[in-house]
Design a protein around this ligand. Structure first.
Ligand code: HEM
Length: 416
């Protein structure tokens, strides 16, 4: 299975349909009655249903890692302790109740303004479009200190990063992956610049708080600060929109609107309970780091330490980015796909294919032959470096044609 397929199929296929996502509870009940865990051969993954085993998964960081589960590497949500402690500490104080209370009047005014706009000249509104979508991104943008005139762009990034392919076809998968990579590039470039600006001009915002935490630490890198900022912008956005929509839907469906209006039902208690009653997050993922046991079931390692989270996954990313960049210089619409697998000879193969005009001749010469690079951009150096790394590792680079157009580049490296 390729990295992309693994990424795409981590959630149980029974949860794929919108109808099931709206109401997964009968299926959860049925699965709980069958036992704590089931192994799904199609996805080569385990689904965990009982409380105790889920708690173990979420807290036993040694056996079950979050590394590689998030859309962005290096953010707190992608790490366990001890790294996680430092990364979480960067933002924690800003989310304490006392701090959030200070923001409250401003956020209430923003919600009122959205309601006023939506109801101007009308006596009805579309709650999801008019309120639940814009409000969460407005609030986190305000806390981070990023321009509120870019809210639509931030929402587009969030949507792209949470997107699943519309069809289970290679073309749909490639297109989705391409949109994700592009959104990730834009969001990291954006925060790179925003952080740089604050180095000379600190502000009263969450980006500056995180920059100060980075400066005070000898372990937190700039890449991690960028990743944490990007994660905060993206992670709480679609979740909160879904939560607000679920809340209104549930209160209407359960006939509770009157009780909330006349305060027979305390709205804060109802909102809190709603997180359990109808959660916006219906599954989370972990990778087993060792062959182990959970709820009486033998669980096989799902992260091959020789393949994932190692230097090889960095090479995978580097090769992909280099080829993608080189190709996009000539055709912006070309899709690039990378597949990683173990060969029969126990080598690791990265097969990078594109649907564009292929790798330009100069780039190909540098990657293939390691000739001194006449390419003046850093990608040229990167291609040369990839050739050199593969060569000293005793690997090879081969080129073929993609069908109907494009190149297939196979980079083989002996397994470490
Ligand atoms: C109702 C809305 C939300 C729901 C249902 C939700 C759900 C979750 C869940 C299930 C996790 C754990 C993921 C895992 O361990 O794999 C998580 C983590 C996280 N969420 Fe949310 N979230 C919501 C809103 C937000 C908001 C508004 C923000 C920030 C602006 C946010 C930021 C985070 C962060 C930073 C983490 C990682 C915490 C850590 O690693 O210590 N979330 N969220």
């Amino acid at each position: 299975m390729t990295t992309e397929q693994r990424e795409e199929q981590w959630m149980a296929s029974e949860l794929a349909s919108i109808a099931r996502q709206r109401d997964p509870y009968p299926w959860y009940r049925e699965m709980r009655s069958r036992g704590p865990i089931r192994y799904d051969d199609d996805r080569d993954a385990y689904d965990v249903f009982h409380y105790d085993e889920v708690v173990t998964l979420a807290t036993d960081w040694e056996r079950f890692t979050r590394h590689g589960t998030s859309f962005i590497d290096g953010a707190m949500m992608d790490r366990g302790p001890p790294e996680h402690t430092g990364l979480r500490g960067m933002a924690e104080s800003s989310f304490r109740p006392g701090n959030l209370r200070e923001y409250r009047p401003k956020f209430e005014r923003q919600a009122d303004a959205l309601l006023d706009d939506a109801l101007e000249g009308s006596c009805s509104l579309d709650f999801v479009e008019d309120i639940a979508k814009p409000l969460p991104i407005m609030i986190i943008a305000e806390m981070l200190g990023v321009p509120t005139d870019k809210l639509d762009t931030f929402r587009d990034w969030s949507t792209a990063l949470a997107e699943a392919p519309a069809q289970p076809t290679p073309a749909a998968r490639q297109a989705t992956q391409q949109r994700k990579r592009e959104a990730l590039r834009q969001v990291t470039d954006f925060f790179d610049r925003a952080i740089e600006l604050r180095e000379d001009d600190p502000r009263d915002d969450l980006i500056t708080t995180m920059l100060e935490a980075e400066a005070a630490s000898d372990r937190i890198t700039r890449q991690q600060t960028v990743a944490n900022c990007a994660m905060l912008l993206i992670a709480g956005n679609i979740t909160t929109t879904t939560y607000m929509a679920n809340a209104l839907w549930t209160y209407v469906q359960e006939g509770l609107v009157g009780d909330i209006q006349d305060r027979t039902l305390d709205i804060e208690t109802a909102n809190e309970e709603l997180l359990r009653y109808r959660s916006p997050v219906i599954a989370i993922k972990r990778f087993a780091t060792v062959d182990t046991e959970l709820g009486g079931t033998a669980v096989e390692v799902t992260v091959d330490p020789n393949l994932e989270g190692s230097v090889l996954s960095v090479v995978e990313q580097a090769v992909l980015e280099l080829v993608e960049n080189a190709i996009q210089h000539t055709d912006e619409d070309a899709a690039v796909c990378v597949e990683v697998r173990l060969t029969d000879e126990d080598d690791v193969a990265f097969v990078v294919s594109d649907t564009g005009p292929g790798l330009p001749p100069m780039e190909r010469r540098v990657l293939e032959g390691g000739s001194e690079t006449p390419l003046e951009h850093s990608q040229g150096l990167g291609l040369w470096l990839t050739h050199w790394l593969v060569q000293i590792a005793g690997g090879s680079v081969d080129f073929g044609d993609n069908d109907p157009r494009g190149t297939v580049i196979s980079v083989r490296v002996p397994r470490l």
